[in-house]
Write a protein that binds this ligand. Sequence first.
Ligand code: TRP
Ligand code: SF4
Length: 329
Amino acid sequence: MTVMKRILSGMRPTGKLHLGHLFGVLENWKKLQDEYECFFMVADWHALMSEYEKPQGLQETIVDNVVDWLACGISPEKAHIFIQTHIKEHLELYMALSLITPLGWLERCPTYKEQLREVTNRDLSTYGFLGYPVLQAADILLYKAHSVPVGEDQLPHLELTREISRRFNSLYKKEVFPEPQALLTQSARILGTDGRKMSKSYDNYIALSDQPHEIAKKIQSMFTDPLRIKRADPGHPDTCNVHSYYAIFAPERKKEIDVSCRRSEIGCTDCKKELARIVVEYLAPLQAKRNEFSKNRGAITKILEKGKNEAHEVAASTIAEVKELLGLR
Ligand code: TRP
Ligand code: SF4
């Protein structure tokens, strides 16, 4: 038997999951769980680093996100699905890595500087937020993950993780941690309803749990070809976001829409109505599974308990090794 390489990845529970998560993260995780030993973690401490002023509803969001993972086909039989705060060892390793992480590395981190600049509705000038990448490094190194599936925005954190790993190994003269590689997820294929990146903060998302009428309403509000003002104007599907959704949800139908749009045989309202039906139908099996899991909180608790035990076994052994090197018992 060949030993599978190990992966760890995490998601912050900051709200409902949407189509961006489905195509950008979850479909990728689903494939990876067959090729790697996967640790998929709900990063609730990381969520609190920016949401600490409003922790209300955090438990509901965590469960709701896990329900989405399961409905998408992330399987507790294949992957270790767990909650970061259930494993205290994350904090122990976080502390140990904090000891050796130079302040400059964190202050210079591009994501940190950007967030401090751009996020104006929360106070992120905290000690905890500066340490965000150190906790992320602890998440990854605790399981000695070889690879980390991430989007491009997370690359600076992975680079820091590798630097911290090297520094730890060299200080304590032992190859405790591997240098984890980024498994770059191709950037999300789907844009938000306003044409920007799909994101909760832009309020331009279609949630995996959205009801048919909400989906229809959101799709009806989408921008289309700006040059097509009257119904009789020939359309330019290449510049239309609705058309790009067809490419994802109904590639066959997309070709016909392309022609009808250019010949102005189809109007945007009808084009969107049809797309809404297609998206609703696409999500129906996922939503059916969602409903089943949501009704069965007991099953979710069991799955998370199983994941916790599996994760804890690895975490405890890494921490024992680290403490030994630090002269702790
Ligand atoms: N910072 C990641 C994000 O915002 C979430 C995360 C926390 C993570 N710990 C991780 C991702 C470990 C990969 C590995 O998306
Ligand atoms: Fe876009 Fe469809 Fe309108 Fe053409 S008909 S511009 S593809 S919404």
